[in-house]
Design a protein around this ligand. Structure first.
Ligand SMILES: NC(=O)C1=CN([C@@H]2O[C@H](COP(=O)(O)OP(=O)(O)OC[C@H]3O[C@@H](n4cnc5c(N)ncnc54)[C@H](OP(=O)(O)O)[C@@H]3O)[C@@H](O)[C@H]2O)C=CC1
Ligand SMILES: O=C1O[C@H](COP(=O)(O)O)[C@@H](O)[C@H](O)[C@H]1O
Length: 533
């Protein structure tokens, strides 16, 4: 890592030997003849969670690693290291981690034993994030565990962004692998705007190659987001409809029924547009709208996503509505205002809600509004994609719908969470002698269809990073394109000190979002008479 030559690209001595032999035989044959599997027996993976004492590590990273272990997805030789400034022994780390581990509902067999085994492979090293010496001590400990095998190292930066570079610099110079790969998972936020993001990328690339950087957007690891491409590209009935010709608008909706509780300090510096829209919702939009990639290879997919992002119009101020939640009392309980958080300035204008209308100026999507809506402290917790189709031209049954033709249009809903589902609203006749029409759902409800519990997004992404699969991670040019769309409007909102529209905690958000949608002849699908909404 220190040499800036990606170890991923370099052949290890064993790989070199293997590729020489490969000139006469295939890889599997060679492994069989040799009588062992090189990857399993000769290499190790050390996963260092930098910031192990923090919220994300406890809530997501350690539980995801355990789930992978339980499923038998981690390599035979692996070690997990927690690294942070807090003083802890290995036993204390294990105790902390053990409190967050859970067994899947459908996989409880031997779960206690598996937890014990997993915890035995977890260790802790206390150190500063800017100390090469402390990382060198970590390196020494990692080497002891690696026992001379090919060492592959994954660092997960689960720390605040202002210390990313210090940690990367020290890990790079003092704890990168000498003979295997070294990869670094970087958590968002990747900057606050185009300039700060470019500066972060530039600094990271002083110590890492692009191939070593795994920028995580955990929404890409969610089951239904992954399924988006399968839905589009392996069902004949959808792809032909996937354009301005049949689609009237697309809605990307994110809502949480809790506020910024505990994260106000971080949130106030970013706001909902940077926290959710510029990354999670925009990534979904890019996957949704991209052209068919040449293959499922990471670079082919990411190339198509970049094309979509670069075809988009920068967001205009008049196409944005912002809101902030205020205190609200209900049933004898008083819910706080955003500014009641002690870490948030009393006069903060940071949006906790935003709605926006975006456009992709290409042949497929010309004129189709892509509406985004994201908010905290709303009436429910949900993330979904809604695709509203056009009206049926010359519909023979128009008069059966009355004047509200919107009620009669088809809508495809991909509910990312909770209670994952894909359903298509269709029109049908109400059984009986009359001719009354109804709107019903053709529903793929995951819980009913599959008994298997859906893995957490972090499981998939950690596994991909270990396996070197980059498809679900953000490439630097994607990131640049994403920031270009939002940076001008974010600057304008801040320069002009645009006041957010206040909405009560637990409500459906500011009415301004409805006016914005109405300007483009759109009605938000999550507020209608949807049977599954
Ligand atoms: N929490 C979440 O749900 C999500 C978090 N993220 C991102 O993941 C990363 C980690 O998040 P999270 O775990 O919540 O962060 P925390 O604030 O919990 O910080 C993680 C650890 O970093 C160390 N740390 C915290 N502040 C500082 C500081 N100012 N200087 C030096 N060290 C510090 C602390 O460890 P110690 O004192 O022991 O060194 C802390 O335990 C962040 O980049 C965040 O934006 C992204 C999505 C969701
Ligand atoms: O990245 C973030 O995501 C979470 C929501 O993630 P989810 O998987 O629970 O839907 C959000 O609460 C947080 O503000 C944001 O930083």
């Amino acid at each position: 890592m220190a040499t800036k030559v990606s170890p991923v690209e370099k052949e290890t001595p064993i790989e070199k030997l293997k590729s020489e032999l490969l000139s006469v035989t295939s890889s599997n044959e060679w492994d069989e003849k040799a009588g062992f599997d090189i990857n399993e027996n000769e290499s190790t993976v050390s996963i260092t969670v930098v910031g192990a004492s923090g919220d994300l590590a406890k809530k997501k990273i350690f539980p995801a690693l355990f789930a992978l272990y339980y499923e038998g997805c981690l390599p035979k030789h692996f070690t997990v290291y927690g690294y942070a400034r807090s003083k802890m022994t290995d036993a204390e780390l294990r105790n902390m981690v053990s409190k967050t581990l859970t067994c899947r509902i459908d996989k409880r067999e031997n779960c206690g034993e598996k937890m014990e085994e997993f915890l035995k492979r977890c260790f802790y090293h206390s150190g500063q994030y800017d100390s090469e010496e402390n990382f060198a001590q970590l390196d020494k400990k990692l080497k002891e565990h690696e026992g001379g095998k090919v060492s592959n190292r994954l660092f997960y930066l689960s720390i605040p962004p202002n210390i990313f570079i210090d940690a990367v610099k020290c890990a790079s110079s003092s704890a990168s692998s000498g003979n295997g790969w070294t990869r670094v998972i970087v958590e968002k936020p990747f900057g606050r705007d185009s300039d700060s993001s470019a500066a972060l990328t530039k600094s990271l690339k002083q110590y890492l190659t692009e191939d070593q950087i795994f920028r995580i957007d955990h929404y890409l690891g969610k089951e239904l987001v992954e399924n988006l491409s399968v839905l589009r590209f392996s069902n004949l009935i959808f792809e032909p409809l996937w354009s301005r010709q049949y689609i009237r608008n697309v809605q990307l909706i994110f809502s949480e029924d809790f506020g910024t509780e505990g994260r106000g300090g971080y949130f106030d510096h970013y706001g909902i547009i940077r926290d959710i829209m510029q990354n999670h919702l925009l990534q979904i939009l890019a996957l949704f709208a991209m052209e068919t990639p040449v293959s499922l290879d990471a670079e082919d997919i990411r190339n198509e996503k970049v094309k979509v992002l670069r075809s988009m119009r920068p967001l205009q101020l008049e196409d944005v509505v912002i809101g902030q939640y205020k205190s609200h009392s209900k049933g004898g309980v008083t819910y706080p205002a955003y500014t009641d958080d002690k870490t948030v300035p009393k006069d903060s204008l940071t949006p906790t809600f935003a709605a926006a209308a975006l456009f992709i100026d290409n042949a497929r999507w010309d004129g189709v509004p892509f509406l985004m809506k994201a908010g905290k402290a709303l009436h429910n917790k949900r993330a979904e994609i809604r695709v509203q189709f056009r009206h049926v031209p010359g519909n023979l049954y128009n008069r059966n719908f009355g004047t509200d033709l919107d009620q009669a249009t088809n809508e495809l809903v991909i509910r990312v969470q909770p209670d994952e589902a894909i359903y298509l609203k269709i029109n049908n006749k109400v059984p009986g002698l009359g001719m009354r029409l109804d709107c019903s759902n053709l529903n793929l409800h995951y819980a009913a269809r599959y008994s298997k519990e859906i893995p957490d997004a972090y499981e998939r992404l950690l596994l991909d990073a270990i396996e070197g699969e980059r498809r679900l991670f953000i490439r630097s040019d994607e990131l640049d394109a994403a920031w270009s769309l939002f940076t001008p409007v974010l600057a304008e909102l801040e320069e002009k000190k645009i006041m957010p529209e206040y909405y009560p905690y637990g409500s459906r958000g500011p009415v301004g979002a409805h006016y914005l949608a109405a300007r483009y002849n759109v009605r938000w699908g999550d507020l209608g008479l949807d049977q599954s909404a």
